[in-house]
Design a protein around this ligand. Structure first.
Ligand code: SF4
Length: 368
């Protein structure tokens, strides 16, 4: 496996909409960071043999890995250096949240070899950030962006949310204008989803408004030199997220840390680590398995997965995947609805249109 994901399970506070496994500070006990470092060391030694001699991509996600001090991070992954090779050609991404981006620490991260930052900015309206449970403000986000570039990073991605209550196209445009005044290379834009019990759930905009937001972002970003290469992702030329492309192209990757997923494309097996730092550490200390579940994809699942992955990317799929008359008829109907189109640059392929990207579930259900 040439790609490695490491899950850092700590956050400053739990955002209201988050369903990733992470512990906010109020749930973090003294000694948890040390315990995580030791457990991760142990897992690297145990599972590192699955890694290729050289890593193509390495992704530190979470959680908020940027909360981890340089020393602690270095201790946590120390055995990795003896397991595989990481060099300047490895795309090494760190997820970072604005309130934990400090210039001196980021200089150390950069010198260590991290060469890409993925920043969870989400919005630039402080009242909206607060209502979503984010701990940063607009000012903190902009200062953090300054710090990231001052620390020497030149491959920086930003996450934005859209479809939030009372968020307007004006808010989105303002955010994109300000963010692209920095030399960011990539932007991920996700529709906000909230659990039904959330106090803002009933204020979520209707589907037509969400669709309008997504199309507005598509137009704005593509007009400003970014390629819309995946449903929720935009990149400057040559700056697609190589690590995430591994997921979207069905390639193998190893995930380490509590709640991390892994996939072996040769054996078509997927597995997930247990989503509890304490159980994860305890089981590793006892030398027992930390895998919560494993599944081997059958032919039907592989077929569905093939369609889901191909339709997320703007390269689309080869037309000879449309085998049955029913599939061909559905594809024709989707083209008439403006959701699917002949690929303008690659012959014999079809892909989703921008509206199709926004309504991709519908297209996948029809074709897969
Ligand atoms: S910072 Fe990210 S991982 Fe942490 S709680 Fe918020 S959304 Fe979840």
């Amino acid at each position: 496996m040439q790609s490695l994901y490491v899950h850092f399970p700590f956050c400053e506070a739990k955002c209201h909409y988050c369903d990733f496994y992470s512990l906010g500070q109020e749930r973090t006990r003294k000694g948890d960071h040390d315990r995580f470092e030791k457990a991760l060391n142990c897992e690297i030694k145990k599972s590192g043999s699955l890694l290729a001699p050289k890593l193509d991509t390495l992704f530190f996600g979470g959680g908020t890995p940027s909360m981890t001090s340089y020393d602690s991070m270095a201790r946590a992954i120390e055995p990795l250096w003896k397991t595989t090779q990481i060099d300047s050609r490895t795309e090494w991404t760190l997820e970072a949240n604005p309130s934990s981006i400090h210039l001196e620490t980021f200089r150390l991260y950069r010198a260590y070899g991290i060469n890409r930052i993925s920043m969870g900015i989400q919005a630039l309206r402080s009242d909206l950030l607060q209502s979503l449970g984010r701990v940063h403000s607009r000012e903190t986000a902009l200062q953090a962006l300054e710090n990231v570039f001052s620390a020497g990073f030149n491959n920086v991605s930003v996450d934005l949310l859209c479809g939030a209550p009372e968020q307007s196209e004006y808010d989105l445009e303002e955010a994109m204008k300000i963010l692209t005044q920095f030399p960011i290379t990539h932007l991920s834009c996700y529709l906000l989803t909230l659990p039904p019990h959330h106090k803002m759930y009933s204020q979520l905009p209707k589907e037509e408004v969400q669709l309008a937001h997504l199309l507005f972002i598509h137009r704005w970003m593509t007009d400003h030199g970014f390629e819309h290469y995946e449903i929720s992702n935009f990149a400057r030329p040559g700056k697609k997220a190589r690590h995430n492309l591994k997921y979207w192209q069905g390639e193998s990757y190893l995930g380490l840390g509590p709640s991390a997923h892994s996939y072996n494309a040769k054996s078509c097996q997927r597995w997930k680590n247990i989503s509890s730092l304490h159980k994860y550490a305890h089981l590793l200390e006892k030398g027992e398995s930390i895998i919560e579940w494993t599944e081997t994809l059958n032919l039907d699942q592989l077929e569905l997965e093939k369609w889901m992955l191909a339709l997320r990317l703007n390269d689309g799929f080869p037309i000879d995947w449309l085998k049955t008359p029913a599939q061909k008829a559905k594809a024709y109907a989707l083209e008439l609805e403006g959701l699917l189109e002949k690929h303008p640059e690659i012959s014999e392929r079809k892909r989703l249109t921008p509206t199709g990207f926004a309504l991709s579930d519908q297209v996948i259900r029809a074709l897969a």
